[in-house]
Design a protein around this ligand. Sequence first.
Ligand code: ADP
Ligand code: MG
Ligand code: MG
Length: 886
Amino acid sequence: MTRYIYDFIEGDRSRADLLGGKGANLGEMTRLGLPVPPGFTVSTDACRAYLNTGSPPDGLFEEINAHLREVEARLGRRLGDRHDPLLLAVRSGGRYSMPGMMETILDIGLNDATVVGLAARADDARFAWDSYRRLIQMFARTVHGVPAEEFDRELAALRATAGPDGPTAEQLRDLVETYQKIFLRQVGHQFPQSPHEQLYLAVRSVFASWNSERARLYRRQEHIPDDLGTAVNVMAMVFGNLGPDSGTGVAFTRDPATGAPGVYGDYLPDAQGEDVVAGIRNTVALPELERIDPASFRQLTGIMATLERHYRDLCDVEFTIERGKLWMLQTRVGKRTAAAAFVIAAQLVDEGLITLDEALCRVTGAQLGRLMFPAFDLADAPPPLTVGVGASPGAAVGRVVFDSAAATAADGPVILVRRETTPDDLPGMIAAAGVLTSRGGKTSHAAVVARGMGRTCVCGADALRIDPERGELTIGDRVVRAGEVISIDGTSGRVYPGAVPVQPSPVARYLAGELAPQADPLVAAVHRLLGHADAVRRLGVRANADTGPDARRARALGATGIGLCRTEHMFLGERRELVERLILADGPDEVTAALEALLPLQRADFTELLAAMDGLPVTIRLLDPPLHEFLPPLHTLTARVARAEATGRDPGRDGRLLAAVRRMHEANPMLGLRGVRLGLVIPGLFAMQVRAVAEAAAQRVRDGGDPRPEIMVPLVGDVRELAAVRAETDLVLAGVPDAPAMPVGTMIEVPRAALTAGAIAAQARFFSFGTNDLTQLTWAFSRDDVEGSFFGTYLERGIFGVSPFESIDAAGVGRLVRLAVAEGRATRPDLTVGVCGEHGGDPDSVAFFADAGLDYVSCSPYRVPIARLAAGRAAIETATDTSDSR
Ligand code: ADP
Ligand code: MG
Ligand code: MG
């Protein structure tokens, strides 16, 4: 027969799946000889059986009784004994902590008879009746779903009339009577007098609480599977509400906010655990306990030191003191802020508790990312106007503008406020300090684009009424006009009126080389762990950068090369006109002239880039987007031409541009004339770009530099496309004296390229996975369309837990990556393989790419440190995994 119950002494943390986190850790503490009230754990197996069938498994209650008898024997006290009753706590606790989500019932075992026995034993009738009323209320709520209000009202009324010492025993007895009446009326039968029946019903209701509305919601948010079930811990009660020498508290072994050493916590004298949460009275800081009860304080700090050494990590504990005797009720490895995670990991290394490898695995790239953003000084913040979705972290302060044009025209920082954003808002988003929208969630256009460029963004603030025509937004009856200053917090989603003071991030300043590593404990910890990551990682980290300043910033942040330079950014601004000339060119001579005009501009850009990355590889991607993206939008041209015609003027150039836009219109530009196709269709275009690179590199060589350009061809699907571009490239290079050798490689971003990677590698010195396009094309997702429209639904329905544009879809897109790496290297063993999509800076994806055997990842400059850290962790975790599986 399956066994469902384990005494605490049998539990340990390796069995958390079976015993839940709380049960497993109660087991650990019991085995360490710490003062834990005796008890046992009903396993998650029993809960799963209950959830599957709607009733507890056969024999469960007999098994409970058997274990209960052992507890009774140890304590010399029985459940239901009318002279000296044992009372029980019944506590939920699943594999993953879900604070406050499920149920706990205290004081099980009290009834009209045992309450009298308890009063006599404790020599405290008030305490006994107070415990009884607590039980009735908790039981009514947990087992029968009776709301707390009516009970609370009666209690509050009694407290209001009671004397300065609180209600008397008689008053509390009357209150119990009232509670029993409420119970009868609300539930339809008497409060159960049988302690064993109370116990069974309590266990059942803890099982059932796994599927309560709020527990399900919490699990969905935290990505906790729905089918784990909870364990139930049944243990003897101890009492913190037995007078001034009793009490209850919570404590951390270090400060979970900053990581500073020294115990930290709250204590509430003369109280039971739920009072702390209810906030009925004010707690005192833990050091006060040293004054109130020095012996217990010393014992507690000793136990916390033991727990830290045992768990080799920050722990939090719940404890109760009953008449001067300390009891431990819970411990676990405690949650902490990103800053504390770094500081504590480094401290534990110094204290000899963990290795640097382990320390590195205790921090995440996401945490490092959070530490790199400036933060508001909340001490000086007014109450927020409203709260939206924190979509892209950071703290931005600026004047409100309502459109892209105003954002680009403004001097000084602005917050771009839109109902939602579209690609047309891009210039405004670039110019703004922050973006605020009233619609859309974490995968809306605003959120995705803002994250991509590291811009602070709050979206989906649906209390905002935005009226761009009147130049104002309203929140309730509060009006904010264009030009007024607001502050937005991209982490918490809060929107504040006025300018909230911003503290620059010391970590970001250190990473940019502006702060010494010894500046403060946090910076020192980041320095040390990142240094270790660099020492152990096998994955290189390059940056996506298009300009000299970007390249310099990336290099300062630790990038060892550029993995993607997008040349289309060099065709914007005033140069658009030259592109227009190219498009409108009539015959080969005009094409050549237009390209000749672009050449020196490109050459200057490349020279600066190669200088900034001297000695390091710079991968330059030939022109990728469809050419009509460089022309004015159709509606603008139509309007201009119409205006000209209406006033009898010749639309001239506008007319020809309009004709060109119409001619070049594509139903699906993402799948149209772009990438390598442009190079093959427009003679001389790629040759001009390659010449610009070659001449810039030659100049750098003559100036004594060490340029290492690489030519990357986008959107290749077949080896013949690449071969054609390579032939053209070789021809150009041969004609540029002093040009260094330049490897030619390709992006792998079309599924067909991945599938024919073996053939393509014959013509490519390197592969770079363009995982944005590869994801779009593998899923048949048009990113600009789907993220704003139905990704929310997909995430909610659990089709995927995270957008495949944020974290690589290992099963699908990742499979193409692995295939292409294997077949590419089979053809060319020294093939260099990298990734340059946004995934290159996503910690989870970095782990995947490390495992897939890539040589480097490339990401936006500010994500470079995050990728370095993630690559270090990946190296350690892969090493550990293989040793485990042996
Ligand atoms: P949660 O998981 O929500 O923290 P717990 O099971 O830890 O719920 O119970 C909540 C509180 O009940 C605890 O913090 C503790 O103060 C009190 N409690 C739990 N078990 C006991 C016990 N055996 N004796 C006295 N109080 C208890
Ligand atoms: Mg707890
Ligand atoms: Mg692409």
